[in-house]
Ligand binder design. Structure first.
Ligand code: GLV
Ligand code: MN
Length: 216
């Protein structure tokens, strides 16, 4: 086989080195534990005084309040609520659904998600960057995967409450809800941008925006 020129090999190596961090999840840990010290820089320092309670939370023990326009509630056990998760690269949330409730389309920029249905049946789906929808019904005891960064949603397809647990391969997956980000941003995304993007008129943009009070 012909040898590759050294310059080509060097270019390939440089490309691979650049790509590696893009493929990575949370950085690998350098010690057994590093309980987040929230008195320091956003918990980026390890707390010197660690107890078993730093690794414990009962935040997922009770259903969230689904009495809201979408009919769902996400309760997260992520590093801000569970300091022992710091540097461990995992987290979890509980999702409760009112009858026919929806967890609206959103993405997690930093994690893949696997959802385990505790009660009921959910219509779940994600959309790829090529706009292909992968959808199916997932019932009690079953799991479904939402690949990292892809838009996904769940809908309770029954007349009784449903619940699920989601696990993430990040201590802080981040959640970006499409409707809230676009219509509840502060300062607002300009009306003409949204009107063009959705091919609707400005009045309709304002009508939708009125349902999403600015988040901050
Ligand atoms: C469900 O999609 C969740 O992010 O908890
Ligand atoms: Mn999700």
């Amino acid at each position: 086989m012909a040898k590759l020129p050294a310059v080509l090999l060097a270019a390939c190596a440089a490309l691979l080195a650049l790509a590696a961090p893009l493929l990575a999840g949370d950085p690998d840990m350098l010690q057994d534990l590093c309980v987040a010290d929230y008195k320091s820089l956003e918990g980026r320092k390890c707390d010197a005084k660690v107890t078993s309670n730093d690794f414990f939370s009962d935040v997922l023990s009770l259903p969230g309040n689904t009495g809201n326009p979408v009919g769902s509630a996400v309760t997260a056990a992520k590093v801000e609520k569970l300091p022992g998760l710091n540097t461990q690269g995992v987290s979890m949330s509980r999702v409760d659904y009112a009858p026919w409730g929806v967890n609206p389309p959103h993405t997690h920029p930093r994690a893949t998600e696997i959802i385990f249905v505790l009660d009921g049946c959910l219509d779940v789906a994600f959309v790829t960057t090529a706009s292909k929808l992968f959808a199916r019904t997932v019932c009690k005891g079953e799991v479904f995967v939402f690949p990292r960064g892809l838009v996904h949603y769940q809908k309770n397809n029954g007349g009784a409450p449903a619940a699920a647990i989601s696990a993430f391969n990040s201590q802080l997956p981040g959640t970006q809800s499409l409707a809230v980000s676009l219509f509840g941003a502060s300062p607002p995304v300009p009306t003409d941008v949204l009107a063009r993007a959705f091919q609707i008129d400005g009045g309709m943009v304002e009508a939708i925006r009125s349902k999403f009070p600015p988040m901050n």
